[in-house]
Design a binder for this molecule. Sequence first.
Ligand code: FES
Length: 294
Amino acid sequence: MIGPLPAKRLVHLDPSFSSNNQLSITSSPLRHGVEAVYRFAGQPGAAPISFLPLQIFLRRSATLQRLSRGGTPHNNPSIPFKFSEQNLKLIDEILKRYPPQYKKAAVMPLLDLGQRQHGFTSISVMNEVARMLEMPPMRVYEVATFYSMYNREPVGKYFLQVCTTTPCQLGGCGSTAIVNAINEHLGITPGHTTEDGLFTYIEVECLGACVNAPMVQINDDYYEDLTPESIKSLLTALKDAASGTGTKVPAPGPLSGRNTCENSDGLTNLREVPEWDPEVMMRKDGALDAPAAQ
Ligand code: FES
């Protein structure tokens, strides 16, 4: 049992702290980490603790806990993983970008390749990347647990990442309407996979397509300018396509008819193309010369 923590600092910590400032932690890595946070927070004049490092720390703790327990049946270090011949060629190309003594800088593209080959960034994928780059495995775990694009558990055939950051909440019909439409259509809530294994669905922070809000990333593609109707028909098309009915899935991009992010009301200025006339549009030689002294 840890506590009590200063109440004003608790605001920035995990909301699962109880009202009497007591936190019960049984897992050893988690306990050590939170104790360290607690010690830091107790220092006179210590800055408030932001939530993001704690989130990262908790993600790492979850991975370490799994490792310390030997993993799960589908994700443990005894499951063999080797890169395919094709990916080994790609890895050779990637490693050429870095001086040999800094080859560990290739950890992110190699983890990405491993995830694409294996379906998720398993413990065996991380260990293989560590072996190839001659890095301590812990350094690879640190990278894989920091960046949210590495899935450390299996996901469905279609991995939906719905942006729910402020511009997407405010743009178009708003991301809340999209989230509700997906909940209703798939029958699952964020963080879950449909029973048929086709769809995994999470909420994410800004994906950099705010001008086409609201939007969703499905695997590597962005679908933008969404409405509850268009996201539902997109999900139906994906499901039909997966069952081999030959259904055509809409092309990625805006589903509103826009080409990119142009004004949907059309051009409001710069509508005339000026005619190019060098006699009028170019300065004459000497036009900038200082006027001759009188
Ligand atoms: S806020 Fe959704 S893409 Fe930027």
